[in-house]
Design a protein. Structure first.
Length: 136
C-alpha cells in the first residue's frame, strides 16, 4: 500500500536541502542536493512508518499540502516548497529493512583507520558497494 505525506523542502545556503515532515512529529532528514534529499525523504518516511507499524502505533493522517505553513517549520533557507513524498512501505522494507545477516571481512589496517577517522558506516558502505556491483 502506498503511503503519501507532505514534506517541506528547504534549500540551504550551502546548496543542501533540509526536509521536514510536519505531520510526523517534525521528522527530518537532508540531502546534498535535491535528488539526494528526495531519496533521503523516501527512506526516512519508509523507516518511520515501518517503525510505527512494527509497534502497532497509529499513523497520523496526512495534511493537505495547501494547509502547510512553510515558514512555520524552519527559517534559515534560500528557497522552500512543499512536495508529496510517497513510498510503498512493505516493498521498501523487504528491500531495505528486513533480515540482515552478519558478515566478517578483512581490510587493510590503514583503510580501517582512515574509515574510522571519517566516521564511515562500514555496514552501509558494504551494502551500497554490493548493490552497485550487483546492479540492484
Amino acid at each position: 500500500m502506498l503511503s503519501v505525506y507532505p514534506a517541506c523542502f528547504y534549500k540551504e545556503k550551502n546548496g543542501q536541502y533540509s526536509v521536514i515532515f510536519p505531520d510526523l512529529d517534525h521528522l527530518s532528514t537532508f540531502g546534498d542536493d535535491l535528488q539526494d534529499a528526495m531519496e533521503m525523504a523516501v527512506d526516512c518516511l519508509a523507516g518511520y512508518i515501518y517503525d510505527l507499524k512494527q509497534s502497532k502505533s497509529e499513523l497520523p493522517a496526512p495534511s493537505d499540502p495547501a494547509d502547510i505553513d512553510i515558514n512555520a517549520e524552519y527559517d534559515e533557507y534560500e528557497s522552500a516548497f512543499v512536495n508529496l513524498v510517497s513510498v510503498d512501505v512493505e516493498d521498501y522494507a523487504k528491500k531495505h529493512f528486513e533480515k540482515s545477516v552478519k558478515k566478517t571481512l578483512t581490510i587493510p589496517a590503514w583503510l580501517n583507520d582512515l574509515a574510522v577517522k571519517n566516521n564511515v558506516n562500514f555496514s552501509q558502505t558494504l551494502q551500497n558497494a554490493l548493490k552497485a556491483k550487483l546492479g540492484v
